[in-house]
Design a protein around this ligand. Structure first.
Ligand SMILES: C[S@@+](CC[C@H](N)C(=O)[O-])C[C@H]1O[C@@H](n2cnc3c(N)ncnc32)[C@H](O)[C@@H]1O
Length: 266
């Protein structure tokens, strides 16, 4: 090899090392989610922020609440709740979304109130929540429904867009304004379980229950306008309307004529 060849060879080697070195020195591209990104059971599409705000309003969240967002994505619902003083947990299957949402929570200064766990919503116990939020699919809501219905009466469940089949919502809202897609939400209040026979003074109250809707009889006479809202019961029997609260095997309240009433499960 002539000196000229050796010099060219060395220059080429230096160039190759520089190119490789500079490529290695490039910082890894930060993860950026995209709408429609595949997820385990449902893709990621972010809830519009205006709707997140309205969902939390509809659930009447307070700092005493523990909220769980099932499939928490970039953490926006958890973070928004935490900013309102709520203790909030997000459950998310995609580890990149978990890392992103933890970073978002840190940037929002709410790491003390907002926690994101990496997990599968179908394998994570969320039954201690006072408020459950979700933006999944109706088919997934139906899989979660038995668990939700077994939660403490009064638990608020809010879903972006997707329903719960025959369990009709207690309230519906839409984000309005400039929201253009996935702009409506529904609220369900987990009803107390009251089906069966109750002794109400000298009368027998028999109740049949389908989610929050009730039918039944007081002695032989059918009751009407009978409904649960969480632990609250209301029904009309004869010319009186009864409103009360259910606590386990006892319910008590006030009738429309001002008299107090109570019933115990038989
Ligand atoms: C439509 S996005 C909603 C994100 C967020 N809750 C919001 O409202 O902006 C659904 C999220 O659920 C996550 N996901 C899908 N299947 C899941 C599962 N089995 N367990 C936990 N997360 C899941 C997806 O990765 C995605 O981030």
């Amino acid at each position: 090899m002539t000196p000229k060849c050796i010099s060219r060879f060395l220059s080429a080697c230096c160039f190759a090392i520089m190119v490789t070195g500079s490529a290695m020195a490039q910082p890894a591209k930060p993860f950026e989610p995209y709408s429609g990104q595949p997820g385990k059971d449902v893709v990621w599409v972010p809830s519009p922020q205006a709707l997140v705000d309205r969902m939390l309003d509809m659930a009447k969240v307070t700092p005493r609440d523990y909220l769980v967002d099932l499939g928490s994505g970039d953490g926006r619902t958890v973070i928004t709740a935490a900013k309102r003083g709520v203790t909030a947990l997000g459950v998310e299957f995609n580890p990149d979304m978990v890392a992103l949402s933890r970073k978002n929570a840190a940037e929002a200064g709410v790491t003390g109130k907002a926690t994101i766990v990496h997990g599968d919503i179908f394998k994570t116990d969320f039954t201690k929540a006072d408020v459950v939020t979700m933006f999944l699919l109706s088919s997934l809501n139906l899989r979660l429904r038995p668990t939700l219905l077994d939660m403490r009466p009064g638990t608020r469940v809010v879903s972006n867009t997707f329903d719960m089949g025959e369990w009709l919502p207690d309230e519906m809202i839409s984000a309005g304004g400039e929201c253009s897609s996935f702009c409506s939400a529904m609220l369900w209040i987990v009803p107390a379980k009251v089906a069966g026979t109750w002794q109400m003074g000298k009368a027998e109250l028999t109740l049949e229950q389908s989610f929050q809707m009730l039918e039944g009889r007081m002695n032989a006479a059918p009751i009407s306008k009978a409904k649960m809202l969480g632990p609250q019961i209301a029904f009309t029997a004869g010319d009186k309307t009864y409103a009360g609260r259910v606590t386990g095997d006892r319910m008590a309240g006030t009738a429309s004529d001002g008299s107090k009433w109570q019933a115990t499960r038989r």
